[in-house]
Design a binder for this molecule. Structure first.
Ligand code: OSB
Ligand code: MG
Length: 368
């Protein structure tokens, strides 16, 4: 495919409810979208960075810079045989995986249309229904959290993840377990603890969690391996895994037993499939993480979640949990069994709503 035009856009999208993690509270998302024109087709990608450099160092402004000044000049006007071919070309840039993923994933969207295949099929996906969980942020009180858990369980979601941090952990898990002894439950600390907290983290074992996500340093593997030897709860790595090599090293030293794959964090579909393959070869389950994506990123997540190693419910859930109105048609919906039906039409299976995208755009730059 020959890339003829690329457009960057930033949208402001207010969340229907604030989302709070151990590193802070988000109320409005700044969504950076990449729109690529090639061979008469249009592909969309999303840079999934947080507003501030707390989950990772990337922000909407760093993604804009890396895309505008490097990735776009490197790809525009050139012929690419396969969408994954841009990944090795992007390698000289250290990190900035969310910026890279936004552009690469737009090319996958184009390739799927060109080949008249659903994106999931082009990626090698096999699932037709994707199992869904939800990620519930830190709330103002435990009763409010319990109400949210009850609502999501009633909606059919297969697994509940709650955010934890020092001071919002054991008492919270205890309250949930008292009320919901049988649900699949897990906790995500987003790096809020250190090895000095081993005794405290051991207490989590009595809640028989499916897993504890990224309890220690955002860039750590070694201490996670030490912690995993001390606790019964399986550790799932999120922040620490940026590519297939990270996954291999993490599994080799026993830093965790499960990996959360995020397209942005690993740099796009090519790297995500490589992480998936490393895990699958070792029988390590993976699941698809979320970054409060708009419908575009969400549609990409759904396609990726169809790969055979995605055996655990992910954080990809219905549009309405985040947005009063999403920017795709139809919006993402979840069945009463807690699954998303994978679109069978060619391409993304969800049409970007151009009128709505235009209305929400706060800046735009195009490159020919
Ligand atoms: O650690 O998985 C995380 C949201 C923003 C940043 C980091 C994380 C999350 C989530 C939300 O847990 C997942 C979602 O519902 O999109
Ligand atoms: Mg996480």
């Amino acid at each position: 495919m020959k890339i003829e035009r690329i457009e960057l856009r930033e949208l402001r999208l207010p969340l229907v409810h604030f989302f709070e993690t151990s590193f802070g509270r988000t109320t409005t998302r700044r969504i950076v979208l990449v729109r690529v024109n090639a061979d008469g087709l249009t592909g969309w990608g999303e840079a999934t960075c947080g507003e501030l450099p707390f989950y990772s160092y990337e922000t909407p402004d760093t993604a804009w810079h890396i895309l505008r000044d490097l990735l776009i000049p490197w790809t525009l006007g050139k012929e690419w045989a396969a969408p994954g071919d841009v990944a090795p070309c992007f390698r000289p840039i250290r990190g900035h995986n969310m910026a890279k993923a936004a552009l690469e994933n737009a090319l996958w969207h184009i390739a799927a249309q060109q080949m008249n295949l659903p994106l999931a099929k082009l990626l090698g996906g096999t699932l037709t229904e994707v199992p869904c969980g939800v990620s519930i942020g830190i709330q103002n009180s435990i009763p409010e959290l319990l109400e949210k858990v009850a609502r999501e369980v009633a909606a059919g979601y297969q697994r509940i993840k709650v955010k934890v941090k020092p001071g919002w952990d054991v008492s919270v898990l205890e309250a949930i377990r008292n009320k919901f002894p049988r649900i699949l439950l897990m906790a995500d600390a987003n790096s809020a603890y250190s090895l000095a907290d081993v005794a405290h983290l051991k207490e989590f074992d009595r809640f028989y969690l499916m897993m504890m996500e990224q309890p220690l340093g955002w860039d750590d593997l070694l201490d996670h391996a030490k912690l995993q030897r001390e606790i019964a709860t399986p550790i799932c790595l999120d922040e620490s895994i940026h590519n297939a090599d990270d996954a291999r090293k993490a599994l080799e030293i026993g830093a965790g037993k499960i990996i959360n794959i995020k397209l942005g964090r690993v740099g796009g579909f090519t790297a995500a499939r490589q992480v998936h393959d490393v895990c699958r070869a070792r029988n390590v389950p993976v699941w698809c993480g979320g970054m409060l994506e708009s419908g575009i990123g969400r549609a990409h997540n759904i396609a990726m979640s169809t790969l055979p190693g995605f055996t655990l419910p992910g954080d990809v859930s219905a549009s309405k949990r985040y947005w009063a109105e999403d920017i795709i048609d139809p919006e993402v919906t979840v069945s009463a069994q807690g699954t998303i039906h994978v679109p069978e039409t060619a391409g993304l299976g969800y049409a970007p709503n151009l009128e709505r995208i235009e209305k929400l755009t706060v800046r735009k730059e195009s490159f020919e």
